[in-house]
Ligand binder design. Structure first.
Ligand code: 13P
Length: 251
């Protein structure tokens, strides 16, 4: 069964006391509410453990924003899947466009991280999305297809069905410019079709495909009403408890 997942990617924001404040506020905002979606938050690494202890008896699940593909070793500044598991992460965001464009992560590296996450029972939230140039020169679907094919490379169907996909058009991230619900739906349906070809129609139908890129309380409902949009990966609007709550409650 396809699950709605609303995830908040905090990016490089909130120090420890601010993180504790935000998660406490969010818990209060969600208390007693009828919540249908799975709620996931991805604070920065150094706040994961403190946040985990605060969300223990709540509906909120924990995600990291990135990890390395190796078990351990001489990788200064990196964090392993086992480390994330040890602080209570259930999810990990992989292949975010900021990782791809600013830090040069390749499709191959992202694929190796996906395999490592699955091996360690972390659910990968795998991001894909085209740049403004690619949208304007008509190559959106080629880009998405190659990112998705690379992400699924070498996965068994059993592994593939554990993935969560996030479609995040780069031109919509942090810009206030959202893809229209129709534009997003078109790409989501395409992603599902590609995945059906790589796995089975049943697996593709069961996968959660989130939309990300300037999701706000006032556009979430319309986006989420589309048949292939099964959640949201939220940046800016997850940094305030009340706006994130409103997005969660729009499912
Ligand atoms: P914004 O919601 O700030 O556009 O960020 C989206 C995003 O990149 C989530 O991963």
């Amino acid at each position: 069964m396809r699950k709605y997942i609303i995830a908040g990617n905090w990016k490089m924001q909130k120090n420890l006391s601010e993180a504790i404040q935000l998660v406490s506020d969010l818990k209060n905002e969600l208390e007693g509410k009828d919540i249908i979606a799975e709620v996931v938050i991805a604070p920065p690494f150094m706040a994961l453990e403190a946040v985990k202890s605060l969300i223990k008896n709540s509906v909120i699940k924990l995600s990291a924003q990135n990890m390395h593909s190796a078990d351990s070793g001489a990788f200064t500044g990196e964090v392993s899947a086992d480390m994330l598991k040890s602080v209570g992460c259930e999810y990990v965001i992989l292949g975010h466009s900021e990782r791809r464009t600013i830090f040069g992560e390749t499709d191959e590296f992202i694929n190796s991280k996906i395999k490592q996450a699955l091996k360690n029972n972390l659910i990968p939230i795998v991001c894909c999305g085209e740049s403004l140039d690619e949208r304007e020169n008509g190559t959106t679907f080629n880009i998405i297809e190659s990112q998705i094919k690379a992400a699924f490379n070498g996965l068994t169907n059993e592994q593939a069905e554990k993935l969560v996909i996030a479609y995040e058009p780069i031109w919509a991230i942090g810009t206030g410019k959202t893809a229209s619900p129709e534009q997003a739906q078109e790409v989501h349906a395409f992603i599902r079709k590609i995945i059906a070809g790589l796995t089975t129609q049943e697996i593709a139908n069961g996968l959660t495909i989130q939309y990300g890129g300037s999701v706000k309380p006032d556009n979430a409902k319309e986006l989420l009403s589309k048949p292939d949009i099964d959640g949201a990966l939220v940046g800016g609007a997850c940094l305030k408890a009340d706006s994130f709550r409103d997005i969660i409650l729009s499912v």
